[in-house]
Design a binder for this molecule. Structure first.
Ligand code: IMP
Length: 202
């Protein structure tokens, strides 16, 4: 078994990647989370792009654990806000991880923006850094949609209750988790890593 670290404490992300490996019939890779390796200091996310943050996290994880390491960074880009909250999605209201305040602030900012200009996309960059390898792999996933005016649904997290994916009328918080995984920004990015993980499995 080749051990690969997914540099996250989010149990949902770990389960999602493990499900994808299984669905792809990819055996020989064991995915570990940060809780399963010795603790190391985690640097704050200071990058200007999702890719910079993902690569920095994967590099730190690979350098300290010696394991091939994957990290992701994601967020919501709103066209009427020139791509913001972007890399600031998790701390848009000033408090890291306060999903309710972040969503409420964004809705208030968009109050006067007409329906025709409420387009947005969830974006995810995922990086794979293998100790000793010269190349760092970075892949992207995007999920386009629009923002509604009032939250709906209880699945998911973050901005899911106000994001309606293209071609749907439900918010992403109203989608069953497996349906979201199949089309989401993170699902797309992680799936793009599968061929690279296959190569690691040998
Ligand atoms: P991170 O990549 O886990 O650091 O997530 C960054 C932030 O982007 C989260 O705190 C959410 O606010 C937002 N975000 C990223 N992906 C999603 C998603 O799938 N649904 C809702 N919000 C998301």
């Amino acid at each position: 078994m080749t051990k690969v670290l997914l540099a996250t404490r989010n149990a949902g992300k770990l389960a999602e990647l493990r499900r994808m490996l299984e669905a792809a019939g990819l055996r020989g890779i064991e995915i570990l989370g940060l809780a399963e390796v010795p603790a190391f200091p985690e640097a704050p996310e200071t990058g200007a792009t999702f890719a910079e943050n993902a690569v920095a996290k994967a590099r730190d994880a690979a350098a300290t654990t010696g394991l091939p390491s994957i990290a992701d960074d994601s967020g919501l880009t709103v066209d009427a806000l020139s791509g913001m909250p972007g890399v600031f999605s998790a701390r848009w209201s000033g408090r890291h991880g306060d999903d309710v305040s972040n969503l409420e602030l964004l809705l208030a900012q968009l109050h006067d923006v007409p329906d025709a200009r409420r387009s947005a996309a969830f974006v995810c960059a995922a990086a794979l850094v293998v100790p000793g390898a010269t190349e760092e792999i970075v892949v992207h996933g995007e999920w386009r949609g629009r923002l509604v005016r009032a939250p709906r649904g209880t699945n998911g997290f973050g901005y899911d209750p106000i994001f309606v994916p293209e071609g749907d009328e439900r918010t992403s918080a109203e989608l069953p988790p497996a349906e979201k995984d199949a089309v989401s920004h993170r699902g797309r990015a992680l799936r793009a890593l599968l061929p690279h993980l296959k190569a690691l499995a040998g």
